[in-house]
Design a protein around this ligand. Structure first.
Ligand SMILES: Cc1cc2nc3c(=O)[nH]c(=O)nc-3n(C[C@H](O)[C@H](O)[C@H](O)COP(=O)(O)OP(=O)(O)OC[C@H]3O[C@@H](n4cnc5c(N)ncnc54)[C@H](O)[C@@H]3O)c2cc1C
Length: 222
């Protein structure tokens, strides 16, 4: 694992709860990672907190993060206190739930809620914009009020440009309803799921009931 020094070049807070950060790499000047991976901040008392990289791996000079401040512990306080121009350090990169896990699946489903959209955004940009992946790809995204972090428009644009990408948004509860109603996911699909532990558990159950193999469900829980 490597140490990185970066500068906060953008910070936007919405609904006093969600923080979008853009960090520009200083030392080293670039970061190599796989879509789906995360970084870790060492905070006071040697506590560590992890945050998924939301930007695509082609952008090696900066990373984007999306943080929910609701837990209110040392991680939330640290993110909340950051100011534009500040230099910060982090460790990275970590994580096994990368886009390579689903490389043998014929179709891909992404299910995200809250800031769980973060690693999915990186993976989808990598697949649909960089790799021009031709497989059918569906994103089911549970948007709560203000949680779109400005990314809903980006996904709409990709959906308009890429025939093989379907975007389904709704409230958190509707995510699960959509999966059940659509009822068209079978053993040919792989699924990436990211969100709160209870959402991930419930979604996994629905997907297994529909025929997706448990081995083809890749998830991160925060
Ligand atoms: C691999 C990985 C990637 C992650 N990526 C992200 C990310 O991209 N964005 C992000 O925001 N977080 C992410 N997290 C979670 C993050 O690392 C911290 O756990 C989170 O920010 C809370 O840290 P804290 O110090 O503020 O709160 P803590 O001190 O850890 O928790 C404070 C209190 O809040 C409770 N709590 C914890 N989580 C929640 C919650 N979701 N809602 C309500 N209460 C809660 C805890 O039980 C505790 O009582 C990730 C975690 C992992 C393991």
């Amino acid at each position: 694992m490597k140490n990185f020094i970066a500068r906060v070049i953008k910070k936007r807070t919405t609904h006093d709860r969600f923080v979008y950060l853009k960090l520009s790499l200083l030392k080293p000047a670039q970061i190599e990672f796989k879509a789906g991976q995360y970084i870790s901040f060492e905070l006071s008392g040697e506590e560590k907190r992890s945050y998924s990289i939301a930007s695509a791996p082609t952008n090696m000079s900066y990373i984007e993060l999306a943080v929910d401040l609701t837990p209110g512990g040392v991680g939330s306080s640290f993110i909340s206190s950051l100011t534009v121009g500040q230099e910060i350090s982090f460790e990275g990169v970590l994580g096994e739930v990368t886009i390579e896990r689903g490389q043998n699946d014929q179709q891909l489903l992404f299910v995200g809620s809250g800031v769980g959209i973060s690693p999915l955004k990186s993976m989808l940009e990598d697949l649909l914009i960089t790799r021009l992946d031709q497989r059918p790809i569906t994103l089911i995204w549970g948007l709560q009020l203000g949680e779109d972090l400005g990314w809903a428009d980006d996904f709409q644009k990709i959906a308009q440009e890429r025939q093989n990408f379907e975007l389904i948004t709704g409230a958190d509860r509707e995510i699960v309803d959509n999966i059940t109603k659509l009822a068209r996911f079978d053993e040919t699909w792989g699924a990436y799921v990211c969100g709160k532990p209870e959402m991930v558990a419930y979604t996994e159950k629905q997907l297994v009931n529909q025929g997706i193999s448990r081995d083809s469900i890749y998830y991160d829980r925060y």
